[in-house]
Design a protein around this ligand. Structure first.
Ligand SMILES: [Fe+2]
Length: 297
């Protein structure tokens, strides 16, 4: 499903139930900003479809000027589909377990700062049905820095040389909580993998978007144990090479947070990573929600 921006942005707005809603593209390859809507208010089916289609087309949406309680936030993200909890119980907000915490003050069992999401990745790919959308809502922000960066992996895949595309298209990743050769130093995840040792989950390295029909790179380098037929070490080298070649600066939207921002992206067409360029003495706290997806193909 490809929705033209003219259709998305220019539909007769009086019929949407959100007469002041405006969707504006942020760049040629990725991102759109949504203004003039308060997602605490009821949203009709036409507006909901307009938002969903704009998200699939633009890969990420920034909805400005929201003011949510945890319950209101969960209700707003539910406009995009059914939510699923963070796989780590430790990360969940106690009073609303569908909200996961991205907390700059989190430390692991060794007392080290947890640098969650510092590498380009897609979320929860060790699940058989990983989330199709990830959404963040800013609760506490540093004075500067701490952007969330989103990259268009369908443009990234399309830009690769034809022989490389052909080589990787049939590849499968074997996904766990944390890959033995991955660069992650998160001691909690290493311990969790060693203790729980859940059965690995296999996914395509290149997935086809179920709505749009487009192909995109699809992996989380920290969660890949190996690519089928390759060693864990060689797999990491290939994933790093693909990331470097594919994620050109023009395919990246770097979201500089403002209070009231809700940022949502399509994990089926995007990688994301957090910037750790802010003063660690300042608190950065985001509420994360995940929208259920289907089996990647
Ligand atoms: Fe993530």
């Amino acid at each position: 499903m490809q929705v033209s921006m003219e259709k998305t942005a220019g539909a007769p707005q009086a019929k949407t139930g959100a007469p002041h809603m405006k969707i504006t593209k942020l760049s040629e390859h990725i991102g759109a900003e949504v203004t003039g809507i308060d997602l605490r208010q009821p949203v009709d089916a036409a507006t909901r479809k307009q938002l969903y289609d704009a998200l699939v087309e633009n890969i990420t949406l920034v909805v400005r000027n929201q003011d949510f309680t945890p319950e209101q936030y969960v209700a707003a993200v539910s406009l995009f589909g059914e939510l699923m909890p963070d796989e780590s119980e430790k990360n969940r907000l106690p009073e609303q377990p569908l909200i996961g915490l991205i907390n700059s003050r989190a430390i692991d069992r060794e007392g080290k700062r947890v640098m969650t999401g510092e590498r380009w990745h897609s979320d929860h790919v060790n699940q058989p049905q990983p989330p199709k959308f990830t959404c963040l809502y800013a609760v506490k922000l540093p004075d500067k820095g701490g952007a969330t960066n989103i990259a268009n992996t369908r443009a990234g895949f399309a830009t690769l040389p034809a022989d490389l595309k052909k080589r990787i298209e049939g590849m499968k990743t074997v996904n766990v909580i944390i890959g033995s050769a991955s660069k992650s130093v998160n001691a909690d995840r290493r311990a969790w993998q060693a203790e729980a040792a859940p059965p690995p989950v296999i996914h395509p390295l290149v997935r086809t978007h179920p709505d749009a029909g487009t192909k995109a790179l699809y992996f989380h380098p920290n969660k890949v144990e190996n690519i089928v037929g390759m060693s864990p070490e060689d797999s990491q080298v290939l994933l790093e090479d693909l990331t470097e070649r594919a994620l050109k600066p023009e395919y990246v939207y770097s979201h500089q947070w403002r209070p009231g921002d809700m940022l949502i992206w399509d994990n089926r067409s995007a990688f994301h990573r957090a910037s750790f360029d802010y003063d660690p003495a300042q608190h950065r706290l985001l509420y994360r929600t995940l929208v259920k997806g289907d089996t990647p193909r």
